[in-house]
Design a protein around this ligand. Structure first.
Ligand code: NAD
Length: 511
């Protein structure tokens, strides 16, 4: 168990020899602490404690567990200044971005506090012979659920999946990213203060090898991170025959149709592409603009981009903060160089900003792009906005679907009905019309990917029910039953046939 005193972590691959991992503040480059690189024995010990604690936790019932989480969320809300400071210290993000993490976590707890007990109640189902047999489904926790999470939203991504898992009756082991472990450690310490027992939720710190050790000991694995790592985890989960959910990478398209409000579309693109400096799985990473509005759109997006404030200062009016690690800048630089070499033009930005901090990079708009360029095909995870002219909506949708990923997407149009119809033609887990990223904050909606963006869904009823296994129980009252040596009890068969005829003849009776 890690406490706040033993602090956190770099981008380096962990080996078993390594005992501590350093954590840096991206804005200052200073080391802010180090956390233990836990080995397989450490992880096994934590799993043993979690397994022992699970039955008592499940017996407490969903309402009581949800109430404890509600208390925790209220404490987090009251302590939001600390939470924001923790998030910013290890990610370098702006203040509004860090506050949004607190806000989303609060909403997730509110949603499941309201709905979880009802969703998890035993459900009666229609039996074949109603007066003789009752059929019911019980929902039971998997046992110990493991969570492996990335660095881009150290509060959100670490917490929002484990909240429904805990309410469903699982005990939890969380391995936060080695780059940003302190926010998770802080949030879990707060859970203990809210009254959640220590063995019910534990943090295991370390890099990839610690994560791999976690997959070996849990009954369910929830992973958020890159597609490459997700694939490894899915393979190990398949070997162990444990269920898993994978929230992976994206390359989200945004389509601007001729009838869109060009100012809202241009400003909306910047929001979708630059939240957390583009280090968002559901970041807008490629833009397709219909021919009739293209020139106007390009002029407007440059106009709004000129008004962006970059920096590490406080206040909700700083639009773009630092990137979190150098790998993302290097990838952005490589993609810009590749695009320019193949004929693209940088019309805004395109440079590092060492005057603001070691990991600042300007929001960068590219035109003259096409699908032969990495910037239109590979995940960026940085502040790049490639804009492509298209003939019409059909071409835009064809290009939007021409990608290995399918996480989120956006369409800007003033024809809301057509926008919603076109949305269903996009191959992605969600689509926003005249907005970006709002599905993520709308907790009633399931969120997750298709294609290489993953499997399984977070949020909504789907995000809760993945953490339980249904058990069906059939009870027979033996009405009119005589000893019989086959399944074909004559009385039961007669009733079943009678009911079949009634169902066909008088469907609205619903028998
Ligand atoms: P990553 O895959 O490098 O690391 C994610 C986590 O996996 C970390 O905790 C890491 O320590 C752990 N890990 C690494 N190797 C492992 C292994 N072999 N076995 C087990 N665990 C291992 O990803 P990242 O760089 O931290 O995050 C960025 C990626 O995450 C991007 O691709 C982004 O799109 C994706 N992401 C997706 C979502 C979503 O909801 N779909 C949300 C946020 C980020």
């Amino acid at each position: 168990m890690v406490t706040l005193e033993k602090q956190a972590a770099p981008n380096t691959a962990q080996t078993w020899q390594q005992t501590q991992i350093e954590v840096k503040n991206p804005v200052t480059g200073q080391v802010i602490g180090s956390v233990p690189a836990m080995n397989a024995d450490d992880v096994r010990q934590a799993a043993t404690k979690a397994r022992a604690a699970q039955p008592a936790w499940e017996v407490r019932g969903a309402k009581e567990r949800a109430a404890l989480l509600r208390r925790w969320a209220d404490m987090l809300w009251d302590d939001q200044k600390t939470a924001i400071q923790k998030v910013r210290a290890e990610t370098g993000k702006n203040e509004i971005g860090a506050w949004l993490e607190v806000f989303v976590v609060d909403n997730v707890v509110a949603y499941y506090h309201k709905h979880a007990a009802h969703l998890l109640r035993p459900q009666g189902r229609r039996s074949l012979i109603p007066m003789k047999q009752t059929a019911r489904v019980y929902y039971k926790a998997h046992g110990v659920a493991g969570f492996i999470t990335p660095w881009n939203y150290p509060l959100n991504n670490a917490m929002i999946d484990l909240i429904p898992a805990l309410i469903a009756g699982n005990t939890v082991l969380l391995k936060p990213s080695e780059i940003t472990p302190y926010t998770a450690i802080y949030a879990i310490e707060l859970m203990y203060k809210a009254g959640i027992p220590r063995d019910v939720i534990q943090v295991v710190t370390g890099a990839g090898v610690t994560g791999a050790a976690l997959v070996d000991v849990v009954d369910y694995i929830s992973f958020t991170g890159s597609t490459a790592t997700g694939r490894k985890i899915a393979m190990r989960a398949a070997e162990r025959l444990i269920p898993c959910s994978l929230e992976l990478g994206g390359k989200d398209p945004l389509i601007v149709l001729n009838d869109a409000d060009v100012n809202l579309a241009a400003a909306g693109t910047l929001v979708g592409a630059l939240e957390n400096c583009g280090q968002v799985c559901i970041s807008t990473e490629r833009v397709y603009v219909e021919d009739g509005i293209y020139d106007q759109y390009v002029e407007r997006i440059k106009y709004y981009a000129d008004q962006l404030t970059l920096g590490s200062g406080d206040g909700f009016d700083v639009h773009v903060g630092s990137l979190t690690n150098e790998r993302e800048i290097l990838r952005a630089e490589q993609q810009v160089a590749d695009a320019v070499a193949k004929g693209a033009t940088v019309i805004h930005g395109g440079k590092r900003r060492p005057d603001l901090g070691p990991l600042f990079y300007e929001p960068t708009i590219l035109t003259g792009v096409n699908h032969n360029m990495d910037v239109m095909r590979e995940e960026t995870f940085g502040p790049l906005i490639p804009v492509m002219r298209v003939k019409d909506a059909n071409e835009a949708i064809k290009l939007a679907n021409d990608n290995q990923y399918g996480l989120s997407a956006s369409i800007f149009t003033s024809d809301l009905k057509r926008g919603e119809q076109l949305a269903t033609r996009i191959e992605s887990g969600d689509v926003c019309v005249n907005a970006t990223q709002w599905v993520f904050g709308t907790i009633s909606l399931p969120m997750g990917g298709v294609k290489n963006s993953g499997m399984g869904r977070r949020n909504g009823p789907e995000g809760l029910m993945r953490f339980v296994k249904p058990q069906s129980v059939l009870v027979d009252n033996q009405l009119m039953q005589k000893p019989n040596l086959t399944l074909g009890d004559p009385f039961a068969i007669r009733v079943a046939l009678l009911l079949r005829s009634i169902r066909r003849a008088i469907p609205f009776l619903g028998v």
